[in-house]
Design a protein around this ligand. Structure first.
Ligand code: KG4
Ligand code: ZN
Length: 347
């Protein structure tokens, strides 16, 4: 009988973090190394794809060696290799997948091409008692969506953002204020000093009567209102940050309320993941909402909400446990790769 690999090396390079981790099949993290490119992108206030790809290429081999040293294992002990194969900035994704494929080919071990969104979606299950199906709010720099997670390769997307992702909105608003990139943590810190009631910011789609909008997100109106208020009241920076954060939390909760009206009764867990899920204020609000709805609330530790290698290795474990033997070395990186229902999955 075939057994699942017990030790998997995961590589994440889809945006501005180069990360490598070694994770066993029980969810023990044997090594976790991460190098952020914040400095490289600080001047431009955002990620420049070519700069990111070059930085991944320069640092990745060193990070793999570092992870092996940290875990006190050699490459021979690694039973499968996984990398983000999309969606993301294609240059970086190519760097990560080439590295994982090369090691898998050299060691004759399986290679897993991991969907970055699936990895965020499955992360909360590591070390937790979280059965499928569960309701997920996936909120990061590139995505904002509501998903019912039915299995490691079975995702029912209920609704997505019609414009910006929530993290992107945090980043853009922070940038208007001259705060450092990434804007999420900087705005959160500032918001702690502010009075959210000083400003009243819009919650787009919240009062829309269009049933098509019920499970969708929109942040562009919030961003515009933020800009107007910032131009008028630059002396109220912290209050505006607090009002913004409260508006984002309120938008999330209004969408989740609508989702609760349509999810099947066996969905008993509310889960949040992705970079924005590391925000303590947003976590508290979602937890209170879950309690009200008698749902169990779960969120990964903040360092596992933002991009990391652990989630890539863990997603490969999840797939392996469900019977996936690995992917072909010919699997091409995908700049776009939406989450799909298993029945409809032709990937
Ligand atoms: O998941 P992630 O690391 O990368 C993507 O897959 O996009 O998410 C990064 C995003 C950035 O937009 C960042 O500003 C946001 O997550 N973020 C936060 C916080 N920490 C990171 N947003 C709000 N509050 C935070 N504490
Ligand atoms: Zn991410």
């Amino acid at each position: 009988m075939r057994t699942s690999p017990s030790l998997i090396l995961g590589i994440e390079t889809s945006c501005d973090e180069t990360a490598v981790a070694l994770v066993d099949d029980q969810g023990q993290v044997l090594a976790h190394v991460l190098r952020t490119q914040i400095q490289e992108h600080a001047l431009t206030g955002g990620v420049v794809p070519e700069v990111a790809a070059r930085a991944h290429l320069q640092i990745l081999p060193q990070l793999v060696r570092q992870a092996l040293t940290e875990a006190q294992v050699s490459l021979d002990h690694v039973e499968a290799f996984a990398a983000t194969a999309g969606p993301g900035l294609i240059g970086g994704v190519m760097v990560g997948t080439m590295m994982a494929k090369a090691m898998a080919a050299a060691r004759r071990k399986p290679y897993y091409a991991i969907n970055h969104l699936a990895a965020h979606a499955l992360m909360p299950r590591m070390g937790a008692d979280l059965p499928f199906p569960y309701l997920l709010l996936l909120t990061s720099g590139g995505h904002c969506m509501l998903v019912i997670v039915h299995g490691p390769e079975d995702f029912q997307v209920l609704g997505e953002t019609m414009d910006d992702a929530a993290g992107e909105c945090f980043d853009k608003c922070a940038r208007m204020m001259g705060l450092p990139y990434p804007g999420g943590p900087a705005l959160e810190a500032l918001a702690r000093e502010g009075d959210p009631t000083h400003f009243s910011l819009p919650r787009p789609l919240m009062h829309s009567k269009d049933p098509d909008h019920a499970l969708k997100f929109s942040f562009s109106g919030l961003k515009t209102a933020f800009r107007e208020q910032w131009q008028k009241h630059p002396d109220h920076q912290a209050d505006l940050a607090a009002a913004f954060q409260q508006a984002v939390a309120a938008i999330f909760i209004s969408r989740l309320k609508n989702a609760c009206a349509v999810i099947p009764p066996q969905v008993r867990h509310l889960v949040v993941s992705g970079g924005v899920a590391s925000n303590a204020f947003i976590r508290q609000n979602l937890e209170a909402f879950a309690q009200e709805k008698q749902l169990t609330f779960l969120a990964p530790a903040p360092w596992l909400c933002t991009d990391n290698g652990v989630m890539i290795a863990w997603a490969a474990h999840e797939r392996a446990r469900a019977g996936a033997l690995g992917d072909s070395l010919a699997f091409a990186p995908r700049p776009r790769w939406p989450l799909q229902r298993r029945d409809h999955d032709n990937g």
